[in-house]
Design a protein around this ligand. Structure first.
Ligand SMILES: Cc1cc2nc3c(=O)[nH]c(=O)nc-3n(C[C@H](O)[C@H](O)[C@H](O)COP(=O)(O)OP(=O)(O)OC[C@H]3O[C@@H](n4cnc5c(N)ncnc54)[C@H](O)[C@@H]3O)c2cc1C
Length: 337
């Protein structure tokens, strides 16, 4: 497969491990490419990444462009921008997708600027459709869909006149689809030429903060909002999470109140989650919060206000004061366990 106009995904690797968001984007790219009748390509830069590149083909990828050089082992803005821009110019994809990670948010705009094309950040959905502009019909372009104006509207953004159309997507937003083990694809490796003018920084040491909160991998999440009223009451919600062996989540209002660390925030500017069970305690269910949890398999909401928007998406609703409901919940669970 060496045709132009494919759907390309920038594959992020950190210390040789492929970022989850890149695999999620490959799944979405496959869906978009099938709709367009084109192929899926990955763009992977690194050093010693041959085996990882081959593994990616099983996600329905037609071609991985592997750009190898020791200077690409860790993300560095100048060499990455150069090799990725060169690759896009050579391959001429119609769409390029990036994870909205620290790396993707740095790299995407640099490439957009170098190629003079658009880039839509933090898309929550991507679709293909037609667009008419000043009497001209643009067929099969990328609808880049994301909340705008503080989440009050869902905007569909298009960039029909320039290719590639580019977007970033946060981790957890696109669903993983099953692997396609029989799928045939190729890895095409090139050795990058990186001159000294691009090597202006040297990575001496990489110190990683240990991840203590794992919202994305949690089967059960108990989340608390500002409705808790105080840090002491919020600790009740943490107790329920502990009793159920669940991860603790929070609304942004609870994070802003200083009751819990930002790493626990669920929603548009926090983590997107899809647990088997999500228990929302004292959370109204703003559009920004729902953007991060509405696809949970089962949702229980505890709220004093029967008209709170969270009840519109909850499978089970308890209208009541969390200070009374949660201790009763813990007691009932312990008696049953
Ligand atoms: C650009 C942008 C991005 C944002 N990103 C996020 C995000 O990622 N995540 C997020 O959560 N928010 C986000 N927000 C904020 C969002 O708009 C809301 O302000 C926030 O979600 C509200 O949090 P809350 O539900 O805890 O508070 P509120 O909306 O104030 O709701 C509190 C709820 O608690 C209930 N309550 C009160 N007392 C009790 C009690 N004793 N027992 C039970 N229930 C009680 C009330 O009835 C109410 O429904 C964002 C906003 C913007 C503009």
């Amino acid at each position: 497969m060496d045709s132009k106009n494919n759907v390309m995904v920038f594959i992020q690797q950190d210390d040789g491990a492929i970022a989850d968001v890149s695999v999620e984007l490959l799944c979405k790219a496959r869906e978009l490419a099938d709709r367009l009748g084109v192929g899926v390509e990955g763009a992977l830069a690194g050093s010693g990444m041959e085996a990882r590149a081959k593994e990616l083909l099983a996600w329905g990828v037609d071609r991985i462009n592997l750009v190898s050089h020791d200077a690409l082992a860790h993300y560095a803005p100048l060499p990455y921008t150069k090799v990725m821009t060169d690759l896009i110019r050579e391959r001429e994809p119609q769409i390029v997708l990036y994870g909205a990670t620290t790396t993707g948010r740095d790299l995407g705009p640099r490439i957009a600027s170098a190629l003079k094309v658009g880039l839509t950040a933090d898309c929550t959905d991507l679709q293909i459709g037609d667009h008419e502009l000043q009497g001209k019909l643009y067929k099969d372009i990328l609808y880049q869909i994301r909340p705008a104006f503080g989440g009050n509207i869902i905007a569909t953004i298009v960039s029909p006149e320039k290719k590639p159309q580019m977007a970033t997507v946060r981790e957890g937003v696109m669903k993983l689809t099953p692997k396609k083990p029989g799928h045939k694809g190729v890895v095409v490796e090139t050795k990058a030429q990186i001159g000294p003018e691009l090597l202006q920084t040297e990575l001496l040491e990489c110190v990683k903060e240990a991840r203590t909160v794992n919202l994305k991998g949690a089967q059960i999440i108990v989340s608390g909002g500002i409705g808790a009223g105080s840090k002491e009451n919020f600790d009740l919600i943490a107790k329920l999470a502990h009793a159920l062996g669940a991860e603790l989540g929070a609304s942004r209002a609870a994070v802003d109140a200083g009751w819990v660390d930002k790493a626990h925030q669920v929603g548009q500017t926090g983590t997107t989650v899809r647990p088997k069970l999500y228990i929302a305690c004292g959370i109204s269910g703003s559009i920004q919060h729902r953007a991060g949890m509405a696809e949970s398999s089962r949702i229980i909401a505890i709220n004093t206000d029967p008209h709170a928007p969270i009840f519109q998406i909850a499978h089970y609703g308890i209208v009541g004061d969390l200070k009374e409901v949660i201790p009763a919940f813990i007691k009932a669970y312990k008696n049953k366990a």
